[in-house]
Design a protein around this ligand. Structure first.
Ligand code: OAD
Ligand code: ZN
Length: 262
């Protein structure tokens, strides 16, 4: 079999599993937003963590040391995100939700592009960069933060208690949002197909979702141009960009559903 035939066969097998699934989980990482123009964290050269220090920019210690710099780095990322659009990969996943019996999207991304693409059942494990919250004890949350509409000291202060505000994202050393995490684990234990897209699988606990699902007997499909940490346990690896593969995968699932309906 040549490479194209082999790929076609894997794509059809993966589509069959998804079309027949009673409970699908899709778990995404930074790679799914790459084709929108958002850099990943660990890809060589362009990855954010190749150019910036996560200890400085993504930890409580870093924020305490230089809150202005940290705030401005997130404001820069917010701006970049507001200037890009969901790509065909995000759109395909939003469409898939309406095709299968039950699907939940679990993302490590904080860019909000899945919502903008129209995904509804969504769990954000690492928070959302467009939300900010009080760094003090009052835990006040501010949705849809607009840097353009704010003038004043940086970082801004909480209206409720006067403490500094911080982005509502998970930093190194911090716990993930408890409800989101519990729900993600429970879903992983109960799904029958897990589709993992665009993550290096190096960050816990998100990386253990396919392991949990696999132990519970679920099929595990991965979409990624580069095999990584978790690829060895994948039943099928569809090697390539999510903006190209996901539309093909979802179109094939849709066709199978139509055929089945007669
Ligand atoms: P990484 O930067 O670690 O991995 C990105 C993955 O995307 C790699 O496996 C790439 O091969 C893959 N990739 C690149 N281009 C792609 C494309 N066009 N289509 C599909 N895949 C592509 O990003 P994450 O695994 O998401 O955490 O990183 C996990 C967490 O580490 C992030 O949520 C962030 C970071 O520190 C926090 O900020 C808490
Ligand atoms: Zn406060």
């Amino acid at each position: 079999m040549d490479k194209a035939d082999e790929y076609e066969k894997l794509l059809r097998q993966a589509s069959t599993w998804i079309a027949e699934s009673g409970h699908l989980i899709v778990s995404t990482g930074a790679g799914v937003s790459r084709e929108s123009g958002i850099p990943t964290f660990r890809d060589a050269g362009e990855g954010l963590w190749a150019n910036y220090d996560p200890q400085q920019l993504a930890s409580v210690e870093g924020f305490l040391q230089d809150p202005k710099m940290v705030w401005e780095w997130y404001a820069w990322r917010r701006k970049k995100i507001s200037q890009v659009r969901p790509n065909p990969g995000h759109l395909a996943l939003a469409h898939l939700e309406g095709l299968v019996s039950r699907m939940t999207l679990i993302t490590q991304n904080v860019d909000g592009l899945h919502q903008r693409a129209g995904s509804k059942r969504l769990i954000e494990l690492h928070g959302n960069i467009t939300r900010v919250r009080c760094f003090g004890n009052c835990h006040q949350v501010y949705e849809n933060w607009s840097d353009d509409d704010y003038e004043g000291e940086i970082p801004p202060r909480c209206k409720a208690c006067g403490s500094l505000l911080r982005p509502d994202v998970v930093w190194y050393g911090e716990q993930l949002p408890e409800k989101a995490l519990q729900e993600a684990f429970l879903l992983a234990e109960n799904c029958d197909v897990m589709l993992v897209v665009g993550t290096s699988g190096l960050v816990q606990p998100a990386a253990s979702l396919p392991v949990i699902a696999g132990r519970a007997g679920a099929r595990f499909i991965e979409v990624n141009p580069q095999p990584g940490m978790i690829s060895a346990s994948a039943d099928i690896l569809l090697k390539g960009k999510s903006g190209e593969i996901l539309p093909q995968l979802v179109a094939t699932v849709e066709q199978m559903k139509k055929n089945a309906a007669g």
